[in-house]
Design a protein around this ligand. Structure first.
Ligand code: 13P
Length: 248
């Protein structure tokens, strides 16, 4: 039985002023029937961990370097995330693939490093609008899965997030049939490679809001969501968590 996961990606949003709302969110979900993860900017990691210490809410990073230490100005290693109290890290987000040219091979190296120190990796895959329109979606996702996921992945340390690039921050979402097709494809692809693929969690991400969460969480093989904009406000994220709990 896969435990559902509601994950929030704050991206480059949030200063210490946001910590009060984070604590309120964790207080409001003190005994959740799903896993809750918030990935704030790196500057807030340690304080976020402290703010939610009394609650089951988990804190994660948004990226890490493939190496544990060294001359990499501006970068953060998986060990540093762990040291700050993070238990997970988002890797291969399309914003990083696009803005920094992160390849799937680079994502795999980061994921291997993160898993080696004991972090759960949320590995993101997703097609662009051009790729979808050219009917290349499954080829693109298949290649990203093959190259981005390290062999060290298990249902314990690896979560896959399907985030179509064109649905991120746009208010557009795929149809339930489109999400079901990709999630089914991801499950089948993982099953061919990992013995415990049936227990690996698959998240959908891209314009998840309180208003569309129930429909999305009703789709087979959707084990939760990776939420951007709506995770910034407890007034939006809390109903999404409750909807996921109700979908169990
Ligand atoms: P939005 O929920 O703002 O569309 O962002 C999704 C996302 O990129 C989460 O990683």
């Amino acid at each position: 039985m896969r435990r559902k996961l509601a994950a929030g990606n704050w991206k480059m949003n949030g200063t210490r002023a946001a910590l009060g709302a984070l604590e309120a969110l964790s207080r409001a979900h003190a005994d959740p029937s799903v896993d809750i993860l918030i990935c704030p900017p790196a500057t807030l990691l340690a304080e976020a961990v402290e703010a939610v210490a009394a609650f089951p809410l988990a804190i994660g990073g948004q990226d890490c370097h493939a190496e544990i230490a060294g001359a990499h100005t501006g970068d953060i290693s998986a060990e540093m995330l762990l040291d700050a109290g993070a238990t997970a890290v988002i890797l291969g987000h399309s914003e990083r693939r696009e803005a920094y040219g992160e390849t799937s091979e680079a994502v795999r190296a980061k994921a291997k490093s993160a898993q080696a120190v004991g972090l759960t990796t949320l590995i993101c895959v997703g097609e662009s609008l051009t790729q979808r329109e050219a009917q290349n979606t499954l080829d693109i996702i298949g290649a990203q899965l093959a190259l981005s996921i390290p062999d060290t992945s298990t249902a314990e340390n690896c979560v896959i997030a399907y985030e179509p690039c064109w649905a991120i921050g746009t208010g557009l979402t795929p149809t339930p049939a489109q999400i079901a097709e990709v999630h089914g494809f991801i499950r089948a692809t993982l099953t061919a490679r990992f013995a415990d693929a049936g227990d690996m969690r698959l998240l959908y991400g891209g314009s998840v809001k309180p208003g569309n969460a129930a429909e999305i969480f009703g789709i087979g093989d959707v084990d939760g969501a990776l939420v951007g904009g709506a995770s910034l406000s407890p007034a939006d994220f809390s109903p999404i968590i409750k909807t996921l709990e109700a979908a169990l």
